[in-house]
Write a protein that binds this ligand. Structure first.
Ligand code: IDP
Ligand code: MG
Length: 169
């Protein structure tokens, strides 16, 4: 069995329902390690890149707004982004997360226990979980910079930057 990494997001509905602790507890049953973690205010660009594979779906616009937390507003308009690493991590974490449709998900999975379908038909399923190694790599590279991941998981290169940088005063 291979060591894998994957991206997990606690979506804005999970944040709003104060489920962060409950979700982390369920995920910790798999005994994997966290190699990256941060709170992100999701831009429209990031939302659309993240859900690129669903761009032709009728619910795409609502889905992009959902992951940005637009329907909830401040202070719920954010996600907790996590990178986990472990043996067979993707399949095992997806089992703990449960099926995409929260009504069909195993009731003891995260989505089965805490998810719902909104009156507008969006699956508010409280977590995102990468579904295969290629998707996991694309998503980790989209959400995290190399220095934000404590283990070296993909090759990196040095580039010279002339950009302004914000530092603490
Ligand atoms: P996944 O999150 O289980 O990998 P995807 O098919 O990648 O499922 O869909 C991404 C997200 O889009 C889901 O987690 C869910 O929030 C939403 N979604 C997927 N399919 C539907 C649908 O048929 N109706 C409404 N929302 C959906
Ligand atoms: Mg998916």
């Amino acid at each position: 069995m291979a060591i894998e990494q994957l991206l997990i997001l606690i979506k804005p509905d999970g944040i709003k329902k104060s489920l962060t602790g409950n979700i982390l507890t369920k995920l910790s049953e798999a005994k994997m390690i966290i190699i990256g973690a941060k709170v992100v205010k999701v831009s429209r660009e990031l939302a659309e890149k993240h859900y690129f594979h669903l761009k032709d779906k009728p619910f795409f616009a609502e889905l992009a707004e959902y992951i940005q937390g637009k329907i909830y507003g401040a202070p719920w308009d954010r996600v907790l982004a996590l990178v986990y690493q472990g043996e067979d991590a993707i399949a095992r974490m997806r089992k703990i997360a449960g099926a995409t449709n929260p009504e069909e998900a195993d009731p003891v999975s995260i989505r089965g226990a805490y998810g719902r379908i909104t009156t507008k038909g969006i699956y508010e399923n409280v977590v995102h979980c990468s579904s295969d190694p290629a998707e996991a790599e694309r998503e980790i590279k989209l959400w995290f910079k190399p220095e934000e991941i404590v283990n070296k998981i993909y090759p990196t290169k040095k580039v010279k930057q002339e950009n302004e940088e914000t530092v603490w005063e």
